[in-house]
Write a protein that binds this ligand. Structure first.
Ligand code: COA
Length: 165
C-alpha cells in the first residue's frame, strides 16, 4: 500500500513515464507538484481506496490505483489507473499489480471497475482483457496527440464475479 512518503518517488515515476510518452495523455509541462501527489495519496488513504506500489532493489517500478466514486449509491464503481516504469515493463509487474488491485476490489465491494486506454495502447489492452476487462465503448477523436492529430480511446470495464465481463 502507498504511503505519503512515496510522493517524490511517484512523481519521478510519472515524469519518466510521461517522458517515454507511450500510453500517456499528458505532457511534461502538466506534471503535478510533489504536494499535489502527496495530497492525492492522502485522499486515497482517507477514502480507504486502493493504491499499490511495486518496488525493486533500485526503487519504485510501478503504481496502480482504484478510486471509488464517493457517493453511497455509486461507491461500488471504481476508476483504475496504472503505470510500470519502462525499465521494468514486460516482466510481469503490470499483471501482478492489476491482479492485486482486482483482488482488493473483490473483497471491498467494488463491483465495477472502469479504465481509459488509448486506442494505440495494444499492450495495455491485452493485459486488461486477460484479467477480464471488456470494451464498454470507444470515444473517437478523444485524444489530441502532440502533433495535432486525433486518436480514439477505449473505455473498458470489469465486473466482479463475471468471468470475461
Ligand atoms: C501497459 C503496462 C501497464 C503493462 O505493464 P507490464 O508490466 O509491462 O506488463 P506485464 O509484463 O505484466 O505483461 C502483461 C501483459 O501485457 C501484455 N504485454 C506486455 N508487454 C507487451 C508488449 N511489448 N507487447 C504486447 N503486449 C505486451 C501481454 O499481454 C502480457 O501478458 P503475458 O503476461 O501473458 O505475457 C506498462 O507497459 C505501462 O505502464 N506502459 C506505459 C503506461 C501505460 O500504458 N499505462 C496504462 C495506461 S491505460
Amino acid at each position: 500500500m502507498v504511503a505519503p512518503e512515496d510522493a517524490e518517488a511517484i512523481l519521478e515515476h510519472t515524469r519518466v513515464l510521461t517522458e517515454d510518452g507511450r500510453g500517456m495523455v499528458f505532457g511534461l509541462d502538466e506534471l503535478p507538484s510533489v504536494d499535489e501527489v502527496r495530497s492525492r495519496i492522502e485522499k486515497f488513504l482517507s477514502d480507504a481506496d486502493c493504491y499499490l506500489v511495486a518496488h525493486d532493489d533500485d526503487g519504485l517500478i510501478g503504481t496502480i490505483d482504484i478510486a471509488r466514486i464517493q457517493r453511497r449509491r455509486l461507491v461500488h464503481n471504481g476508476m483504475l489507473t496504472m503505470g510500470v516504469h519502462p525499465r521494468a515493463q514486460g516482466q510481469g509487474v503490470g499483471r501482478a499489480l492489476v491482479e492485486a488491485a482486482l483482488a482488493w476490489a473483490e473483497v471491498n465491494g467494488v463491483e465495477r471497475v472502469e479504465l481509459y486506454t488509448l486506442d494505440s495502447n495494444a499492450r495495455a489492452q491485452k493485459l486488461y482483457e486477460s484479467v477480464g476487462f471488456r470494451l464498454a465503448w470507444r470515444r473517437d477523436a478523444f485524444h489530441r496527440r502532440p502533433d495535432g492529430t486525433l486518436e480514439a480511446d477505449l473505455v473498458m470495464e470489469w465486473r466482479a464475479g463475471v468471468p470475461g465481463s
